[in-house]
Design a protein around this ligand. Structure first.
Ligand SMILES: C[S@@+](CC[C@H](N)C(=O)[O-])C[C@H]1O[C@@H](n2cnc3c(N)ncnc32)[C@H](O)[C@@H]1O
Length: 498
């Protein structure tokens, strides 16, 4: 008879043999009835994410509310992020561990089981502690019966090692993509798209692609250390150094913090520095440094899709140093507010350099034809290049998103070209390597504009020492990769308007 998740009498346990791994001999009733604050917080964030929340926004608030700091906050963060990333694998494990295999599991109970599976299979938590604390969580949030069910399932999970579970799950299919999807916890359509992107961007050969794909999927499942940007000309560098940050070699403006919460630094709070991926920094610096034709003084720069303002923050600081002006545009008013916030330090230090507008970028080409020398289109995209930073994103995105985003991406790029002066440049970028959002968009738009040429963007991607970043593809576009460059998977195409 199956275990009952909701507390109705259940038959004897499956009796599957006790494995070599240690487990709790305590009955659920004897265990603590309440979860501990760190696990409670992880559970609350999982439920908020199930309701549509974003872990990177919900978790910091939940940690503050629970008063968690230091190691406890670290534990809750690893538990939440790790569980969300690996939930595809854990679901396969849990579906095999329930009795009978594949029986349906209540979504709330499944979240609790996922948290337990992560502790058992990926964290240094002793089995008995992982099981009893997760049972306590189930009792507290669902009920006594759920506690018994969770106890039974997690005991079965604890009977095998992570490697044994991986082998078992892998054996459930012969399709190589499905296998990678299960063992590396990604939806299969994303694995397929990433494989096509590695080849399509010229980043991998037919021989190397399978190895590269595994390296990329593994990187998506690692916690990414936060990179900071020191917005130039605002004196952020000295304070970052004083706080223990060190210069990052990937980009001239990038810094890394070995430990601690960068959000707590005054220099981050006042906007002279910010958390920003080094790839995003390289992209903004590339646009700022490319030579443009014409003698416009001062130069006018446009960030067409600026919210929440990360790249505009760097562009604005560089524009101020160069005597140029920047218009940071965003269609959504609340995101335009975020841009204003992000740009506060630059606006304060250099009044008149940056303006924020709320317009549909698709209309800017017509209203401001030929007005700008440098234009950034950091297009809305699926974000498949930033999966390591957004743990739930892989489970939310669907191929339908691509169909919806495609026309918007093309319209925004076409509008950006219209808004660019003769001899000026447009940088089209996405934090996705998906071919449908990158190469295909650029090729389609170029077909309608014979006066626009694609230029090699790779020589503009310079590291702190001034050397071009290696392995960005055969050109003229560039593709950055988490497993190669330690950055998000940014795509860049540089277009010159003739
Ligand atoms: C990838 S994000 C930009 C990220 C930004 N460059 C940064 O570094 O912080 C894309 C932005 O485009 C905005 N967007 C979507 N449709 C738009 C449109 N029609 N016109 C202007 N912005 C648009 C979205 O609201 C979103 O804020």
């Amino acid at each position: 008879m199956a275990d009952d998740q909701r507390g109705r009498p259940s038959g004897s346990r499956s009796g599957r043999g006790r494995g070599p791994r240690q487990r709790s001999a305590q009955a659920p009733a004897q265990r603590a009835r309440r979860g501990d604050p760190a696990r409670d917080t992880a559970y609350a964030v999982m439920r908020a994410v199930a309701d549509g929340g974003y872990a990177n926004l919900v978790l910091p608030k939940a940690l503050r509310t629970a008063g968690l700091h230091g190691r406890d906050a670290g534990f809750a963060t690893e538990l939440t992020y790790g569980t969300l990333r690996m939930q595809g694998l854990y679901d396969a494990v849990l579906d095999a561990a329930v009795d009978p295999p594949g029986r349906s599991i209540d979504p709330t109970v499944r979240d609790i089981l996922r948290l337990g599976a992560h502790q058992l299979l990926a964290m240094r938590v002793p089995d008995h502690a992982a099981v009893s604390a997760t049972v306590a969580l189930a009792r507290q949030h669902v009920g006594t019966g759920a506690g018994g069910f969770v106890n039974a399932v997690l005991r079965r999970v604890s009977e095998r090692s992570r490697q044994e579970w991986l082998e078992l799950v892998e054996a459930s299919t012969t399709d190589p993509v499905e296998r990678l999807a299960l063992t590396h916890s990604h939806p299969a359509w994303i694995v397929r798209a990433l494989r096509a992107a590695l080849i399509g961007h010229g980043s991998s050969t037919a021989e190397s692609v399978d190895m590269d794909l595994v390296a990329l999927l593994e990187e998506h499942n690692r916690a990414a250390a936060p990179t900071l940007v020191a917005r130039p000309g605002l004196g952020a560098e000295v304070e970052l150094e004083r706080a223990g940050a060190t210069p990052d070699e990937t980009a001239p403006t990038a810094w890394v913090m070995p430990s601690g919460d960068p959000g707590g630094l005054a220099v981050v709070r006042d906007g002279r520095a910010a958390v920003q991926d080094a790839g995003s920094q390289l992209l903004a610096l590339a646009l700022a440094s490319v030579p443009v034709d014409g003698d416009a003084e001062p130069e006018s720069w446009l960030d067409l899709c600026a919210g929440p303002g990360g790249k505009a923050g760097l562009l604005g600081a560089v524009a101020a140093q160069r005597g140029a002006t920047l218009r940071a545009n965003e269609v959504q008013p609340h995101r335009a507010d975020l841009v204003r916030n992000t740009l506060a330090a630059v606006r304060h230090a250099h009044p008149g350099t940056v303006t924020v507008t709320v317009d549909d970028g698709r209309e800017v080409g017509e209203s401001d034809r030929g007005r700008y020398q440098r234009v950034l289109v950091d297009a809305p995209c699926t974000g498949l290049g930033a999966l390591r930073r957004r743990p739930e994103a892989r489970w939310r995105r669907t191929p339908k998103d691509l169909a919806e985003l495609g026309p918007l991406q093309r319209d925004l790029l076409a509008s950006a070209i219209e808004a660019t002066a003769t001899g000026g440049v447009v940088l089209y970028s996405t934090c996705s390597p998906h071919l449908a959002e990158t190469q295909f968009v650029v090729q389609d738009v170029l077909r309608t504009r014979p006066d626009v040429t694609l230029e090699d963007v790779r020589p503009l991607l310079l590291d702190r020492a001034g050397n071009p970043l290696p392995d960005t593809g055969p050109g003229p576009t560039a593709q950055l990769w988490p497993h190669r460059h330690g950055t998000d998977g940014m795509f860049l195409a540089l277009l010159r308007v003739g």
